[in-house]
Design a binder for this molecule. Structure first.
Ligand SMILES: [Ca+2]
Length: 360
């Protein structure tokens, strides 16, 4: 942590001090509002904040956080290893239904997620994570966003995802090492609505029977028991990402190969195994190579929501009821600043707590 603190200053564009003055400069248009009260801008908004990292100015897209370059600890107790990553920006929130809607309208795509009706997401769920989107379509969204913004937007590699979730202290969960059900939306939240029992290991008693009930079918049919993005502020990661545990599982860029994750020398900026080297997996209804999903979901038990759980995979061609994604923007120094950029410099080097509080 000491490495991180002391090298990063944030320069924020928005006026906590002068909200009204800034309102004129910032687009009034936004896709939806996160549960934190923050506006989630339209995906083609080029609004940025500036982070000063080691004296260098880095433009960070609004609604993303900055993860500075450096090594981090990846893997569980058995597979622990150090991986170096260049700096990157990653979505503070999972991509929402409202943002996905903008993508569909702008690209005139006709295939909406299957729980939507008449091309529109379920009422009141604009700020919930989009689900039922395949890896292929998630990557198309990133390509579209890149085209619209001029940034290099893509899906996070497994390493990028894990660093953003675990922070410099290699936490087991985004919020720390405490195995607590309070900090994320996992199946215990859903189960508690139905009076099911959640064990201390985060597994729901009676869950199997539950899947055959009408309530379950309704949940799945209306996008599951998701919560608005940013609903669990105490579950935020060190770098400031919300819902990295639970809510929607998140597609990663990497193909799945069991031994790859355990490599002691994965090098710098690992991208995962080549497609030709990926393991063939056998899932119900699918046999083939697969993409990793990380972080657990509204439907997964608590241990699946840990920041080191790395066994879940899915067919990249299919959509699923519990899988969404968040984006990364690579090479942040190459991002062009807004011409009307407004800045307030804040020194956040004093304590890690202040970094946590202000890395937006
Ligand atoms: Ca998630």
């Amino acid at each position: 942590m000491g490495q991180f603190v002391g090298s990063v200053f944030l320069v924020l564009t928005v006026g906590w001090a002068s909200e009204e003055a800034v309102a004129d400069a910032v687009s009034e248009q936004y896709a939806c509002m996160a549960a934190t009260g923050e506006k989630i801008l339209l995906p083609w908004s080029k609004q940025t904040s500036v982070v000063i990292d080691g004296g260098k100015r880095v433009n960070v897209p609004e609604n993303m956080v900055y993860v500075p370059a450096g090594a981090f600890t990846m893997g569980d107790r058995e597979s622990k290893h150090r991986v170096f990553l260049d700096a990157y920006c990653i979505g503070k929130y999972e991509v929402t239904n409202a943002e996905w809607y903008e993508f569909l309208v702008d690209t005139r795509r006709v295939t909406a997620p299957r729980h939507w009706k008449n091309g529109k997401f379920p009422e009141g769920k604009g700020n919930h994570p989009v689900l039922w989107v395949s890896w292929d379509d998630a990557l198309r969204y990133c390509g579209w966003m890149s085209q619209r913004t001029g940034w290099n937007v893509t899906l996070p590699t497994q390493a990028q995802w894990e660093k953003a979730a675990r922070g410099p202290d290699a936490f087991f969960f985004p919020w720390g090492n405490e195995r607590s059900a309070k900090h994320c939306n996992y199946n215990g939240v859903c189960a508690s609505k139905l009076g099911l029992t959640v064990g201390s290991n985060g597994v729901v008693a009676g869950w199997k029977e539950f899947t055959t009930t009408t309530e379950y079918r309704e949940f799945v049919g209306t996008s599951g028991y998701t919560t608005p993005v940013g609903s669990f502020p105490t579950g935020k990661s060190f770098y400031g990402c919300y819902d990295m545990a639970g809510n929607a599982y998140e597609w990663c860029l990497d193909w799945y190969k069991k031994d790859y994750y355990r490599l002691k020398d994965a090098g710098t900026n690992p991208l995962g195994p080549a497609e030709s080297e990926a393991d063939v997996v056998n899932e119900p209804g699918y046999s083939g190579i697969a993409k990793l999903i990380r972080g657990g979901s509204w439907y997964a038990h608590l241990m699946s929501c840990s920041a080191v759980s790395h066994q879940e995979v899915r067919n990249p061609r299919y959509p699923y009821h519990s899988v969404g994604f968040r984006v990364v923007a690579e090479m942040p120094s190459a991002i062009s600043p807004m011409s009307n950029e407004r800045q307030v410099e804040i020194d956040v080097t004093k304590t890690s707590a202040s970094v946590r509080g202000t890395n937006r």
